[in-house]
Design a protein around this ligand. Structure first.
Ligand code: AMP
Length: 506
């Protein structure tokens, strides 16, 4: 009986004594032990009343148990719904209620606090991890489980988008969506059973969960499973790893440590970056220090991965590479959807077996984000260069329209980042009495920081007047979420009155 994702990722682990996960205290979990853990949890889910198609909300610390719940959901035909561990009770309530979840799994220490919420929504609540109530049920269950039958189009997971503006939406991921992408990435990035992936990403997000774990499982590789990115732990583990997947902040933090060297990282087969833009400067600095060209790729919750710089051949700094072999990508006019000539900037639209099934119980929102010919509108603006590599310019909602002219923040940020004393920048549009929106540069500095007047003067020679920031703000650091994305919505809210006349500021 087929269960596409289970058969490809979890079934082959049965009885295999090979290591699958190296854990922080030096423990090693074998593939066979993880396989048995998945089976026990699958029985435990059924004992907790979970059936085919039921949503299982999990807000728990990163652990092999949490990952085994993903496998157990796939085995039982349930839908895995992991949540950011930083979400508050009110946020958890929205996801649990919106998804109509059957079961909620939380850390043992949070169970009492979430009990009233679960009772209010009529959802069964169990705890997961060391001393967890679901673990206790699982301990008494058999180590073998016969997975239920599933079709390619059946749902395996529901991942809510980070939703920096408006309501967060549940992206429905089918077996085929996840499996096709894992297959493509294993091939493209050449993962084999010899690989040891250094895993320091969270597993509630597509990057650490599907990109990292599905690729490891499918290829028969193993991983060094760390609870979070900790500079010391990552540096200590690098000599045992062959590959690492990270967000750009992993790379900038490692670069800030004098121990990062050719000796420490030169043996690695592959460094991959994604989830947020990797500065070309970081790419170059990394290559100088380690002899390794970081492979940058691009994807999103709704689509899995879409583009990747090549394994062999040029990994171009500042680009996310060509589309994956089974992805069709076009640049279109954001308003009309008409494809634009090569080299022009517009909306990135995609099609492929990796693209999700739509937003959970939001048919109108789903319809609005697909073109009639089936392309998904990513919301990212970009262009395809003459070599076929994609360059992302930014989110469409971050586009600034100042005095009727389009200003792409990335273009301004690139110029600012080159200025002496500027570590990084975020360019945003905030209300402006004359221009509608005014360009505001938010900077984080190095050392003594930049001389803002000198920066302003230098910008005059570098960019057309309408692109030049009308104001500058210096912060200790730019606000980022756990995936390393700069929180522009937060900056826009914080500086929304920046260009308002004094009396209007209240
Ligand atoms: P998420 O759904 O949280 O994975 O966020 C997806 C978004 O992250 C994409 O739509 C892009 O805006 C951004 N993103 C992902 N990878 C990259 C990258 N390599 N460079 C720039 N932006 C990226």
């Amino acid at each position: 009986m087929p269960n596409p994702l289970y058969d490809a990722l979890f079934a082959p682990m049965a009885g295999q004594a090979r290591p699958l996960m190296s854990l922080p205290e030096g423990d090693v979990l074998s593939a066979a032990a993880f396989h048995a853990m998945v089976a026990r949890f699958a029985h435990a889910l059924e004992a907790a009343g979970v059936g085919m198609g039921d949503r299982v909300v999990v807000q728990a610390a990163k652990s092999p148990q949490m990952l085994a719940i993903y496998g157990a959901c796939v085995a039982t035909g349930a839908v895995f719904l992991p949540l950011n561990t930083g979400y508050t009770g009110a946020e958890v309530e929205y996801f649990a209620s919106d998804s109509g979840a059957r079961l909620m799994l939380v850390d043992p220490g949070h169970k009492a606090a979430l009990a009233p919420l679960a009772a209010r929504l009529g959802i069964r609540l169990e705890s997961l991890g060391e001393g967890g109530s679901l673990d206790a049920i699982a301990a008494g269950c058999p180590a073998e489980f016969t997975p239920v039958d599933r079709a390619d189009s059946d749902l395996a997971a529901l991942l809510y988008t980070s939703g920096t503006t408006g309501r967060s939406k549940g992206a429905m991921m089918s077996h085929a969506n996840l499996l096709s992408n894992a297959r493509t990435l294993v091939g493209l990035w050449r993962f084999t059973p010899k690989d040891v992936l250094l895993h320091a990403l969270p597993i509630f997000h597509t990057h650490g969960l599907f990109v990292a774990c599905n690729v490891t499982f499918l290829s028969g590789a193993q991983m060094i499973f760390q609870p979070r990115f900790d500079l010391e732990a990552v540096i200590a583990a690098l000599p045992r790893a062959t590959a690492m997947m990270g967000v750009p902040t992993f790379y900038t933090r490692l670069l800030s440590d004098p121990r990062l060297s050719w000796d420490l990282a030169g043996h690695m087969r592959l460094f991959i970056s994604g989830s947020a833009p990797l500065l070309a400067e970081t790419h170059r600095a990394w290559a100088e220090r380690t002899g390794q060209a970081i492979l940058e790729r691009y994807g999103m919750t709704e689509t899995n991965m879409l583009t990747s710089n090549p394994y062999d051949g040029l990994r171009k700094p500042g680009t996310v590479g060509p589309p994956l072999p089974d992805v069709t990508l076009r640049i279109a006019d954001p308003d009309t959807g008409t494809p634009l000539p090569q080299g022009e900037t517009g909306m990135i639209e995609v099609r492929g077996p990796n693209v999700f099934q739509g937003y959970w119980q939001m048919p109108d929102k789903t319809a609005a984000e697909f073109r009639p010919d089936g392309y998904f509108i990513t919301g990212d603006l970009g262009l395809v260069d003459s070599d076929g590599y994609v360059q992302i310019v930014g989110r469409a909602k971050d586009l600034i329209i100042s005095g009727g002219f389009n200003v792409y923040p990335k273009e301004v940020e690139q110029v600012l980042d080159e200025m002496p004393g500027v570590l990084e920048s975020a360019v945003i549009g905030v209300p402006h009495p004359d221009f509608g929106e005014g360009v505001l540069a938010v900077l984080a500095g190095t050392g003594a920081g930049p001389d803002l007047e000198a920066v302003e003067a230098a910008m005059r020679d570098r960019l057309a007047r309408y692109k030049q920031p009308k104001g500058y703000v210096l912060l200790d650091e730019l606000p980022r979420n756990t995936m390393g994305k700069v929180q522009k919505a937060e900056l826009r809210a914080r500086f929304r009155d920046r260009f308002q006349p004094r009396e209007a500021k209240g």
